[in-house]
Design a protein around this ligand. Structure first.
Ligand SMILES: [Zn+2]
Length: 309
């Protein structure tokens, strides 16, 4: 590492010690908040134009789209215009009784599978993926009651990122066992599982739940008949930050932990602490997620969870 820095001309070796020789501080160019240095400037146009904040690019797409309610120093601002090419958002101070929640549409495509192992008729794997994400709209959510009081459509440019992911693959023979659930209920159950898995994954790897993106994507490959979803927990940073491989190794604990979390949750039909709020995941998501996870945990114990390279 030191030799590399010497080649760059920022370090010097002398009398058995390494010295930093550049005139800028090494941490100067590194953002503590985000991987990317690209960001949006928030301009308040309530009175005179004034820059009030800078927001990192990924967060800006969620918080600074047109008509979004942006919170800054306990004040509410509505975004009047988002100048995407210039990376600026013009906001005006407002008082309203709702906040906005961006709706995104994410597709994950598997580029390379590094390792995989069976979990009964299902499968766990990790590898490299391409994530395409687009903010397609937003909801207006009322404070205190969380009531949905409106929505709007957005068409922001699609973002593409290569990263690493841990995923579970659910082929038809596996899902056929849960014949009392409709296809939609199965999907709701699997996305509910995603919520619990993200919580447990963050605990196991001691990171922030937001370090993972969760996506339920249908597998498309030639000759595939029927519907085979993949549940991805991907590193939500370009290039990946090394979470997927350890998550794959820890999968018995991950699955058992998520099952314990959902079973131990006192809610009836789902809440943000386990599978997500019942209003979002559907009525049978908690029941379905519990049974699917139990089947995966059992299959993992039977196979001895021996990984296949
Ligand atoms: Zn719950």
């Amino acid at each position: 590492m030191c030799r590399f820095l010497e080649e760059l001309g920022v370090a010097h070796h002398s009398a058995g010690a390494w010295h930093w020789t550049s005139d800028t501080y090494p941490a100067d160019a590194i953002s503590l908040r985000a991987v990317t240095s690209d960001n949006f400037v928030v301009v308040d146009i309530t009175n005179e134009e004034k820059v009030i904040a800078e927001v990192a690019f990924p967060a800006a797409l969620l918080e600074l789209h047109e008509k979004a309610i942006y919170l800054h120093e306990a004040r509410q601002y509505q975004v009047e215009k988002m100048d995407y090419p210039q990376r600026k958002a013009f906001v005006r101070q407002v008082e309203c009784d709702y906040f906005t929640d961006a709706i995104d549409y994410t597709q994950v495509k598997i580029l390379e599978e590094f390792e995989t192992c069976p979990l009964g008729a299902a499968r766990a794997a990790h590898g490299e993926v391409r994530v395409n994400r687009q903010i397609v709209g937003f909801k207006k959510v009322k404070f205190y009651t969380n009531e949905n009081v409106g929505a709007g459509a957005l068409s922001l440019p699609e973002q593409e990122m290569h990263t690493t992911s841990f995923w579970l693959h659910f082929p038809d023979p596996f899902l056929a066992r849960f014949s009392d659930l409709t296809p939609t209920e199965k999907l709701n159950s699997i996305s509910g599982m995603g919520n619990a898995l993200r919580t447990v994954a963050a605990l196991l790897l001691m990171c922030d739940p937001r370090d993972f993106g969760v996506s339920l994507t249908e597998e498309i490959r030639p000759g595939l008949e029927g519907f085979e979803p993949n549940l991805h927990l991907y590193d939500s940073y370009p290039g990946g930050i090394g979470l997927s491989a350890p998550l794959y190794e820890l999968r018995p604990r991950l699955l058992a932990g998520a099952l314990d979390l959902i079973r131990g949750c006192p809610c009836e039909e789902g809440c943000p602490s386990c599978v997500g709020p019942a209003g979002e995941t559907g009525a049978r998501a908690k029941d379905g997620a519990t049974r699917i996870l139990a089947a995966l945990v059992e299959a993992g114990l039977e196979s001895g969870a021996a990984p296949q390279k």
